[in-house]
Ligand binder design. Structure first.
Ligand SMILES: Cc1cc2nc3c(=O)[nH]c(=O)nc-3n(C[C@H](O)[C@H](O)[C@H](O)COP(=O)(O)OP(=O)(O)OC[C@H]3O[C@@H](n4cnc5c(N)ncnc54)[C@H](O)[C@@H]3O)c2cc1C
Length: 262
């Protein structure tokens, strides 16, 4: 069984988001980490491999700048068998359509039974790429997945909704998008870190991809980010302790009137 896990290198927004004067993210000013949902996705793959290590192989795939190489090393130190870096200037500035077209263009030249992505990336935050890849490859997708099991040619997973979940079964080849909060990833081991430096990372460029020119990079991106800005932290709220319900409702009415809401 061949599993391909899509891992994205993202800026660590926990330390605050830095922007360039043109409003785009200043990625060089922020620590680069593996997208948290993708680490959970990798953990799902590793748990499938734990059950059948002889017959399951895991390839970690990333599209990005050459420095995205580092998330592949981390993935291999966690237990992935090898890595594939898709990097080429013409692929830069991609929106989700171009990103998913590019990744699908790589997968069309690879063998896979199960493709795993995170539910979403903490920078673009669109949650679009996973399902888009499945569309390009015309394979079933189970999104918001957790408790993933494999039996024969079928994957079964819990598909989360806000107030309930469904148990969904899909025939492979298929794609799942994994919820970070539902699956706790294992740590890299010292041995794993050591081994990772002996494992192969394949580097692919535009020529290795089965995708049309009009669907890659900035030119192939129907969506352009006009401006991105950090969330403005709201001021501290006011705490009031009215003596009665009447006083409380009067207080609210006065505030709403003040703001010309009523
Ligand atoms: C602030 C901001 C807002 C943006 N808004 C939009 C927008 O509204 N529309 C738009 O089209 N683009 C948008 N982008 C661009 C978008 O970030 C890129 O297109 C990006 O490559 C994919 O989208 P995403 O980050 O939302 O990924 P998501 O769709 O959230 O990612 C889902 C999963 O797909 C996989 N994946 C995504 N990118 C890669 C990769 N490069 N390598 C390997 N696996 C990957 C990962 O497993 C990830 O968990 C935005 C970018 C920023 C920084």
């Amino acid at each position: 069984m061949k599993i391909v896990v899509c891992v994205k290198q993202v800026p660590d927004t926990a330390g605050g988001v830095k922007f360039k004067p043109d409003g785009t993210l200043d990625r060089s000013a922020m620590l680069a980490i593996m997208n948290p949902d993708d680490k959970a996705g990798l953990e799902v793959a590793l748990r499938i491999k734990d059950k059948d290590p002889e017959h399951v192989t895991i390839t970690a795939l990333t599209m990005g700048l050459p420095k995205a190489y580092n998330v592949l090393r981390e993935a291999m130190a966690m237990g992935a068998d090898d890595g594939l870096l898709i990097t080429d200037r013409v692929l830069g500035g991609a929106d989700t359509w171009a990103t998913s077209s590019t990744i699908a263009g790589a997968l069309k030249n690879m063998q896979y039974d199960l493709v795993i992505t995170g539910r979403q990336a903490i920078d673009g935050d669109t949650a679009q790429v996973g399902p888009q890849i499945a569309e390009h490859l015309n394979i079933p997708v189970i999104s918001y997945a957790s408790d993933v099991t494999v039996e024969g040619d079928y994957v079964t997973a819990k598909r989360q909704f806000e107030d309930r979940y469904h148990i969904i079964k899909a025939k492979m080849p298929c794609l799942i998008t994994v919820l970070g909060e539902e699956t706790t990833p294992r740590y890299m081991t010292p041995g794993g870190i050591f081994d990772a430096y002996n494992k192969d990372v394949t580097v692919w460029g535009r020529a290795n991809l089965d995708v049309a020119d009009e669907n890659i990079g900035k030119k192939g991106s129907p969506t352009v980010i006009a401006k991105a800005s950090d969330k403005v932290a709201k001021g501290k709220g006011t705490v009031v302790t009215p003596d009665s319900a009447e006083e409380a409702s009067q207080y609210i009415i006065d505030r709403l009137a003040e703001k010309h809401v009523i």
